[in-house]
Design a protein around this ligand. Structure first.
Ligand SMILES: Nc1ncnc2c1ncn2[C@@H]1O[C@H](COP(=O)(O)OP(=O)(O)O)[C@@H](O)[C@H]1O
Ligand SMILES: O=C(O)C1=C[C@@H](OP(=O)(O)O)[C@@H](O)[C@H](O)C1
Length: 304
């Protein structure tokens, strides 16, 4: 049996129906709880209803089970997040963490770098909101600078070099400002001049497994991402192949960032089987923690 609870976390309680039967006979119900890794946080209650034996069921008893889950006393029904809403506790942790480190940022901008689809825009908006910073997407600024022409059209009409020049110019202008969270284009890291501008702030690499990137991008289509676009074939496989090549070319450049947020590490910390159910809020919390680590290294432990 598999129960889906709070934000996609999966648990698989194994239930010994014989033991249940011995305790409650042929009818009635029993409740028991299993506590998982985070003992005081996650509780799964399983109620079993035994159906009376019928002539055809002399070898197997039918047990109907109801599973209810709670997380820190919040029932799963409240926690089911739907979309990207953060569970209550995540939102609180994010707020506390942002208040803790905000004074030490001294208004420096945060630059999110990472492959296409790594969540720079999604997580960037969460970070900007909680820090009270303004959010900018460098692709959008380039588009505005070319009279609202989309990135895909800019590549088609003027070529990648033209786009990269515009991207550098946008990053130069942003580097003169403060209190911004900037979602950079996935390829911004390849030009050393762009690092000169980003080094005015703090850079954070969102490191997402390529399979997950390919899944996300294939789900929304490659139309807006000219370096991945293909007219035919299996979108997931083609995207994954292309992303793998780009990652080989860029991984050293991403590693220049001041902080790295690994979705695999977050999933391991939270006890998730994979990264696909991590909320942007959970990722934003990890980003702030990694930024905190960077600030501590930079300035010596500042007493947090
Ligand atoms: N944590 C996440 N889990 C699942 N999907 C996500 C997550 N973060 C972003 N996405 C989805 O992935 C796609 C790319 O996200 P986006 O923030 O635009 O990435 P980027 O700005 O790095 O290209 C979007 O469809 C977005 O909804
Ligand atoms: O990786 C890249 O070279 C690119 C990433 C895109 O931005 P996102 O990372 O926001 O998709 C956009 O700048 C352009 O399509 C090129």
């Amino acid at each position: 049996m598999e129960a889906k609870i709070a934000n996609g976390l999966l648990v698989s309680p194994r239930i010994d129906s014989e033991k249940i039967a011995r305790r409650i006979g042929t009818g009635g119900s029993v409740q028991f709880s299993r506590r998982f890794r985070e003992q005081d946080r996650l509780q799964v209650l399983v109620s079993a209803q035994l159906q009376p034996k019928t002539r055809n069921s002399n070898r197997h008893k039918t047990v109907s089970l109801e599973v209810s889950c709670s997380y820190k006393n919040f029932p799963a029904s409240l926690l089911e997040s739907g979309g990207f809403q953060a569970p209550f506790d995540e939102a609180r942790i994010l707020k506390n963490k942002s208040q803790e480190i905000r004074p030490y940022l001294s208004g420096r901008c945060i630059y999110l770098v990472g492959m296409m689809g790594s969540g720079k825009t999604t997580v960037g908006k969460v970070l900007s909101q909680v820090l009270g910073y303004s959010f900018f997407d460098s692709d959008t600024l380039v588009e505005q600078d070319v009279e609202g022409t989309s990135v895909a059209e800019i590549f088609k009409l003027y070529g990648e070099g033209f786009f990269r020049d515009k991207e550098t110019e946008v990053l130069r202008k942003l580097s003169l400002m403060h209190q911004l969270v900037v979602s950079t284009g996935g390829g911004a890291v390849v030009r050393p001049i762009n690092w000169k501008y980003m080094q005015k702030g703090i850079s954070v690499w969102l490191d997402v497994p390529l399979e997950d990137l390919a899944r996300r991008i294939a789900a929304v289509g490659t139309g807006s991402r000219p370096l991945l676009h293909q007219d035919s074939g299996d979108a997931y496989t083609k995207t994954l192949t292309r992303l793998s090549t780009l990652m080989e070319e860029r991984s050293d450049a991403y590693a220049n960032a001041n902080a790295r947020v690994s979705l695999e590490d977050i999933a391991a910390k939270l006890g998730h089987r994979d990264v696909s159910n991590l909320t942007p809020t959970a990722i934003a919390i990890e980003a702030l923690e990694q930024i905190e680590g960077f600030l501590k290294e930079e300035n010596g432990d500042f007493g947090l």
